[in-house]
Structures are given as C-alpha cells and as structure tokens.
Ligand binder design. Sequence first.
Ligand SMILES: Cc1cc2nc3c(=O)[nH]c(=O)nc-3n(C[C@H](O)[C@H](O)[C@H](O)COP(=O)(O)OP(=O)(O)OC[C@H]3O[C@@H](n4cnc5c(N)ncnc54)[C@H](O)[C@@H]3O)c2cc1C
Length: 389
Amino acid sequence: MDQTLLNADPHAEIREEVRKLCARFPGEYWRELDARRGYPTEFVQALTEAGYLGALIPEEYGGAGLGLSAAAAILEEVQAQGCNGAACHAQMYIMGTILRHGSKEQKDKYLPGIASGELRLQAFGVTEPTSGTDTTALRTVARREGDKWIVNGQKIWTSRAEHSDLMLLLARTTPRDQVQKKTEGLSTFIVDMRTVLGKGLTIRPIRTMMNHNSCEVFFDNMEVPAENLVGQEGKGFRYILDGMNAERLLIASECIGDAKWFIEKAVNYAKERVLFGRPIGQNQGVQFPIAKSYAQMRAAEAIVHKGLEKFEAGLPCGEEANMGKMLAAEASWAAGEACVQTHGGFGFAEEYDVERKFRETRLYQVAPISTNLILSYLGEHVLGMPRSY
Ligand SMILES: Cc1cc2nc3c(=O)[nH]c(=O)nc-3n(C[C@H](O)[C@H](O)[C@H](O)COP(=O)(O)OP(=O)(O)OC[C@H]3O[C@@H](n4cnc5c(N)ncnc54)[C@H](O)[C@@H]3O)c2cc1C
C-alpha cells in the first residue's frame, strides 16, 4: 500500500491503535458469531472502552470531540482489519440528531451516557415495510395524549434493536393529507426501549445473509413521554436528513476499509499460490481485476476525503457524500469479487473469511441508501434534471 500517503495521514496514530485493538478479534471470532448470528459484545465493549464510539460527541458531554474524518478513519480501519463495525457504527452518528436538534435537557440527559457507552443509542427506526425508500409515506403514527405520545405502527430493518437501550424514531404526527409538503408532519422521538419492551414494543429479529442483528419492531399503543420529542413537532424529516451526509461518509469509509481488506488478501494469495510453476498473480488475468478494484477504491477514497474536508469546514457536501458512498460501495464489491475469484474454491471456504466479508459488504449498495436513489440525487439536485418522484 502507498506508504507516503499513510505517513501523511493525520489519523495515522488512531489507525495504529484501532489496528492493535482489532488484532484481538481475529477471523475465528467473527466466524463463530456469524454461524450463530451472534452479537459481538466483547468487540463493541472494547471499542466503547477505547472511546471510539464517542468520537463525535463533544468533550463537554464526555466524548472525544473529534471531527468526522477521525471517526471515518476509525471505521475504515475496523473494516480493513477484517472486523465488522456494523454492529455498532450507529452509536457514533445517531446521536448527532440529539446534539444538533435536541433540547439542553435531552443533551444533558443522554449524551454523557452515550459517550461512555452506558447508554446504547444504536437503533434508528425509519424504514417501514410498505413505504421503504419513500420515507414520507411511512405509516407509523404518534398521537399526543396529555403528557405522552401514543405510537402505533411498524418498522423494519431496525438494526441492533435488541442491543440498544434507545431508539431514534421517525413517526407521522400530522396526516400526510393535512400538510402542505409531504416532508412536513413527521417528528423524531427518543424511545427508551427498556421502559416499553413488552409494553407496546415488540422486537423480532430477521435472519439475513450476513450477521447484522437487524429486526422488525412493532408499536402497539407504545407510550413515549412528551419530553422525548426531539426539536419541533413536524420537523423530524429535516432533522433526519441533516444527519445523512455524515452517515454516508462514514459508511463509505467502511466500504473503503472493506476494499482494502479484500485487496490485501487477494494480493497476498495471488503471490503465494503457485500453479503451472509460477504464482497465479503473475497472470494478468488474475492481476488486472485486483488492480482495477484498487484504482476504483483510490478514486472513491479521494471523493470521500473531499467530502470529509468539506463537512469539517462546514461546507455543503451532499454531492461528495452521495458520490463517495456509491463509489466506495461499488469499489468494495469489485474488490470482493476479485478476491473471491483470486482464491478460486478457497474463496468459498469459511476459514478464509473472504465469503463472510463478501456477504457483509454487499449490503452497502442497498443500505442505508440504495445506488438508484443516489443517482437520482445527483441527477436532480446536482445536475438539475427533472424530478422523477
Ligand atoms: C441489513 C439491513 C440493515 C438496515 N438497517 C436499517 C436501520 O437500522 N434503520 C432503518 O431505518 N433502515 C435500515 N435499513 C433499511 C434500508 O435503509 C433500506 O433497505 C434501503 O433504504 C432500501 O429500502 P427498501 O429495502 O425498502 O427498498 P425499496 O424502497 O422497496 O426499493 C427497492 C429497490 O427499488 C429501487 N427504487 C425504489 N424507488 C425507486 C425510484 N424512484 N427510482 C429508482 N429506483 C427505485 C431501490 O433503489 C431498490 O433497489 C436496513 C436494511 C438492511 C437490508
């Protein structure tokens, strides 16, 4: 890998520390969890204790007060070491909604606990089975009754719901036909799941092709205290949108990390595996797909770094965040594909971890936003073509 760039990296020290931490969680650890779809409690605990999950929380609330590029470096390195940050990455960024739009009381009440890891804010309840990407068509409703909100509805793909104390929930508080714009009338709530589990809240895990701890959640007259509304009633969609650039840049960084893992693994194998009297990597048919995915990864990385720079400078970065997420997810997939192919049959053997990472990285072309929706953002908002929906 490019040593000059590595030396110039302002986060080289953090990366080194993350690498050391990840070395304690080798492939066998992840394989065993993958087989039983278990949650990596020890790994999440180690990241929490090291302060990485509180990286973005300001120091006044007990966090590390680091910038987004440091958080991106942490997550990239986790993936590049063969670990899986999906188990806890949301603890880093969901709290941004409370930080930016929450009341002083909410910040004082929740942020220190989230920073220390005592309070897990890992669940993000936006997607629903019927509305999917068409978020403003969501059907979960919250109705005000005295000092409470009564919530009814259902979410799907609420990742880590079983391993989270709090959930950030988006629900409709004014019916869609009673608002001028469909993006209005949605509100954001902090749900303390510990208080409502079994009393209006049901969580049902979904078994998926990779170990992701994603769930369906059901709300049946679930009570949420009035003071748990974040910001203004009806403005929740905007609050969620506000956090999306950060989320996209962080997920993109994870994809860059995945791509680096696949490329390193493929290169090493291509150099070691000898057939027909020479390493398979001497054949350009084996070299080129790996080299191509390296070029794709570097290009995506450059866009992601641009996005991080702009984000930290307080400049609009929607274009870079979206392009970076799409390109990085495609680069990690290309690198994964090259890695499987380079390994031949061994690419399918669990003990090589290639097939596990291959399954894990596929998600990012669909979630948290799918490629088509990114292209539509670029087509309409960046290039000014007509709106399609
Ligand atoms: C493992 C996993 C974890 C997840 N975690 C969370 C979570 O924690 N919280 C949460 O809220 N959500 C989560 N999601 C949901 C995720 O964000 C959605 O799956 C994703 O946004 C796509 O929505 P959908 O699945 O409803 O697909 P749909 O919206 O039904 O779309 C299906 C396909 O049609 C395409 N499509 C839809 N509309 C258009 C259009 N107008 N033009 C072109 N193409 C279109 C999409 O790109 C997609 O490929 C998770 C999903 C998965 C699989």
